[in-house]
Design a protein around this ligand. Structure first.
Ligand SMILES: *[C@@H]1O[C@H](CO)[C@@H](O)[C@H](O)[C@H]1NC(C)=O
Ligand SMILES: *[C@@H]1O[C@H](CO)[C@@H](O)[C@H](O)[C@H]1NC(C)=O
Length: 277
């Protein structure tokens, strides 16, 4: 009610400056904001081959009884947003807290929420979860060049989209599920995203308004690594000398930690040794 304080959460992000798109989200909870339960979606398996079945499971936090479950598929809209299409089970929802998708053919995102009562009281929507397709879909495919799954941030990768669309977006989901598009870590040239040094590890895929490609889980190593020199007696913090190809090299000037050194992977191929003083 309007007599109770409202909690307003708002935020905006320029995810795609080149298109001047401003995503603005305003969440307004009045009254019992803490009482609105959250839906949590899990997908299994998260990687599929064309034709596999996928099970979506929706749970309510904190758990309680009497819910019906509503299932949504994400439909790309513009470069970063999605609209949500209600899956079968429809407006009345399903009694089961799981939903099986038969014949998953390509990468797709899903959300769920639960509702109960009349009028229906809904939980907050779950986060968007993706099911990644590892198999090639001729209508939409992603090719990574050079064709390796391990890369260094000092080299550019070409993420090439092909299929039934003239306008592709290359998207990435990082480990926390945070999504971004090519302009954050590279530049599009036609249907190809060429990455720059900002690119990092994650799952990459191509998307158009109607198609989604296979996805690739790409590991991108930063250009430096830290070597640790560990003394047998770990209670003693000792300083160490580091040698590169038998020559004493300068140490990291991190005073407390002269038992470790950060080296550039550009000097790959050298052998490193350490010795406690
Ligand atoms: C885009 O790709 C084409 C064909 O590979 C190339 O000739 C062109 O120089 C590229 N453009 C930019 C801006 O890199
Ligand atoms: C991607 O690969 C990394 C390293 O093998 C793994 O830890 C991670 O769970 C994978 N991500 C997904 C979404 O499968």
């Amino acid at each position: 009610g309007w007599d109770t304080p409202c909690l307003v959460r708002w935020g905006f992000s320029f995810d795609d400056v080149s298109h001047f798109i401003l995503a603005l989200n305003i969440l307004l909870y009045c009254g019992h904001a803490q009482d609105v339960p959250q839906s949590v979606l899990t997908v299994s398996p998260s990687w599929t081959s064309p034709g596999d079945s996928v099970t979506l499971t929706c749970s309510v936090e904190p758990p309680s009884a009497g819910w019906r479950f509503f299932w949504y598929k994400a439909v790309p809209k513009g470069s970063i947003a999605y609209t949500y299409e209600l899956l079968a089970g429809g407006t009345t929802g399903t009694e089961q807290d799981s939903y099986i998708i038969h014949g998953q053919t390509h990468t797709a995102g899903y959300k769920c929420r639960a509702g109960r009562g009349d009028p229906v009281f809904y939980t907050q929507n779950s986060d968007l979860k993706f099911v990644w397709s590892g198999g090639v879909n001729p209508a939409a495919s992603l090719t990574v060049s050079p064709h390796r799954l391990q890369h260094f941030s000092t080299e550019s990768l070409s993420l090439i989209c092909e299929g039934n669309s003239a306008e592709w977006r290359v998207k990435k989901a990082d480990e926390d599920g945070k999504r971004s598009i090519c302009s954050k870590w590279g530049a599009m040239n036609g249907s190809t995203c060429n990455t720059d040094t900002r690119a990092s590890s994650g799952v990459y895929w191509c998307e158009s308004e109607t198609q989604s490609s296979n996805a690739a889980n790409i590991t991108i190593h930063r250009e430096s690594v830290t070597l640790h020199c560990r003394h047998g007696d770990q209670r003693k913090e000792k300083n160490a000398d580091f040698y590169k190809d038998k020559t004493l090299i300068e140490m990291d000037t991190n005073h407390q930690h002269t038992h470790e050194i950060t080296i550039s992977l550009m000097s790959d191929g050298s052998s490193y040794k350490c010795r406690f003083k």
